[in-house]
Design a protein around this ligand. Sequence first.
Ligand code: SAM
Length: 270
Amino acid sequence: MKTIEIRKNLKEKFRQQNIDEVDVDFIIASVLNISHTELNLVDEISAEQIEKINEIASIRLTGKPLDKILGYKYFYGLKFEVNEYVLSPRQETEILVETALKYIKQENYKSVLDLCTGSGCLAVCIKRKTDAEVTATDVSLKALNVAKTNAYKNNANIKFVRSNMFEKIEGKFDLIVSNPPYIASDELKDLDDEVRLFDPLLALDGGELGLKFYNIIHDNAKKHLNDNGMLIMEIGDEQFDLINNLFNDFRLIETVKDYQGINRFVVFKK
Ligand SMILES: C[S@@+](CC[C@H](N)C(=O)[O-])C[C@H]1O[C@@H](n2cnc3c(N)ncnc32)[C@H](O)[C@@H]1O
């Protein structure tokens, strides 16, 4: 069957159910084992491949996110395994990687702690792009297993520690990065189904006002940062003023917006 017809038919179905039709291209490309940008080069698709494509498409049409169906997601140009135990890395979080790389270079930082590593996306990207020693932690053993696999598959040598926030963390670092859970507990029910039903609650629930983990980071970061050390965090919508206030004994170095123009990342020095 002609590729163009399959794409057209499936995209129509996706449109009718308000599901991003670009996923059709990703589904077909994943089955053909090519990049979605190469789809135009493929004229015909075999019956066996069509069966597989339809199978994945029908699961996608139930609302399950594509990365959770395929079991992987690309982040900062690298492939990351994902499953029900880790948050699927968000594209905007790539800005945190960019920001960290900028300061690691500028300040010649040699050691990095990634707190709440999840899939390991931050730790792996930072390790791949710098000479820094990278330590990554999470309280979830199942998340840490995914992070370890991602580090191995991406050839990134990272030290992993299972820890409830700073409890098992020893020593000091030049840079601490963190994208902690930051959704206020009473707002979890309002999240899109694709997030609420498929990302782990442990990765989302930030307690009262979504500030639980920022409070812990605030109370512990100074003793784990070297003198010229820095803290870079992703924060939730409308949390900037609260967090700037909470960290008023730190120096705010930079605030970085996400693609929607929302203050999403904060950079503090002690
Ligand atoms: C928002 S996800 C971030 C994952 C990844 N760093 C990213 O940016 O995509 C937050 C992570 O924090 C972890 N977490 C939750 N409670 C924790 C705790 N008490 N100590 C350490 N990690 C925790 C969760 O398991 C989850 O992997």
